[in-house]
Design a protein around this ligand. Sequence first.
Ligand code: GLC
Length: 583
Amino acid sequence: MGFRAILGPAMHDDLSSDPAGDAVGDAPGARAVPWWQTATGYQVYPRSFCDSDGDGIGDIPGITSKLDHLADLGIGFIWLSPVYASPMADNGYDIADYRAIAPEFGTLDDFDRLVAEAKARGIGIVMDLVVNHSSSEHAWFRSACQGRDAPFHDYYIWRDPAPDGGPPDGRRAAFGGSAWSFVAEVGQYYLHLFSPAQPDLNWQNPGLRAEIWDMMRWWLARGIAGFRMDVISLIGKDVDGGIDEEGPYLHGFLQEMHREVLAGRDLVSIGESWSVSPETALMYCGRDRHELDMVFQFAHVKEGWDPVHGKFRPKPFDLVAFKRVMFDWQAVMTNDGWNSLFLTNHDLPRQVSKYGDDGEYRVRSAKALATLLHLMKGTPFVYQGEEIGMTNATFTAISQFRDLEILGHHAESVAAGMSEAEFIAGANVNGRDNTRTPMQWTDAPGAGFTAGTPWIDINDNHVRINVAADRADPDGVFAHYRRLIALRREKRVISHGALTPWHEPHPQVMVYTRDLDGERVTMIANVSGEEVRFAPDPALVAQGVCLVHNVAPRDAVTSDLALAPWEAFALLSRADGTTPLAA
Ligand code: GLC
């Protein structure tokens, strides 16, 4: 396939293999590494990326028209949020036909063209695989509801009512309400861990699993580079035992998927999981497990939520706790397994608003967050708009929100005593619509996203914060991301070096080193809006070459550093620290 083809030899460390396995010239004696360990992913949320036909909804031709932007950024693959046919109750995470494209997003021809045009630019397309549940509009579910003997009845999870006629148990759905809904024709309830429009598939049925394997092979035959697997920890549930997350059948199913679909192909498989822990991570992605390539986990995100009231009552950011979580996960993956690196996605707030400063230090803090994340070990993911430092939207009325999670919890939270104002404030901080406002390409009225009326309000700040303005600035956020993404491809110490945390109790500064084959990268970031006087551990004092910075280049880590607000930099030195690298 040749995803590296157009990037040119100077852009590449010759130790990386090719995404499709036809790489040439691995250095003698060096261990070839999979392409996804040196690549950076970019998440496209199609509805909000680029609208080519003026209906206010982003589409596949719109994505294709922006591939040069992504190629310039240097990414290796796009994680494409769902583009399948769907009634869009959850913006496509409710699939009605796994082999068709939603008409508002385009056609299969448009999709094939996207894959081809992306490939020509060295970019793979990773599909979102949403198979814990389908849409309630899927033909399988329609059939399943016709009665207990209907052909696809057993593709879903049905249980008798409780003796009082109510739901079989007290399970709650993630988007509010009971996780069970009654179907009169069947006389039973079906399980939906998200919304009633998202019935859970019955993975115990071997026919269902065979359909899924076949569907995955069908997409792979179209030339895609892999799958991001939605809430994958839920597929192995033990319904009657009350175990939904990481149930007893999970790893058996993932091993079957590997045998049937993934084995022997050069692709990337990414498992989204809200429950995976340091104790269970290697069961998914340990090298001898034959399951997935990496986990996409949320420990650092959940750290910022209220333990009782959850995401809609956010906790203030605590750097020490954040470092502990991030470094714990780095330690788990030291010798085996592989992690994803991200601070935001389509379910999470914009990172510069959540962790940085979206006011005075917006650009600098966006770069600092990118620096401290991208120089860790794992595969970084950039969510659309992050590369120009887009910020959270601030909605003032519940009518501006579109997300079924926010709307579902609104009624429940207000009924439980939360004020309307507190709920909206929480939804503006941690809700999912923040990152779903349209991509800001220009300062024009539709932000260069649409010529029509957008499906959700565009952030007013697009007149200042947009791709055209940021890219015109050599010190813009985009230029910084491009540098970090290139460094990962070029420097094996960044993709694979061992990580050592330093100064873990420091409440404002994050420090780590990466070491490989006598080379060391030292990353120092002031994660605060104040100037910080900081005395690095003597073992960190070093001279070297500044790899990346957001204030001014530094050629040394000295024993007494005055760090500007949100200053971050990385120094490349020899491991002994005192000897500058030869040019
Ligand atoms: C995942 C998706 C999210 C979706 C949910 C149900 O967490 O990222 O957007 O609502 O699964 O499919």
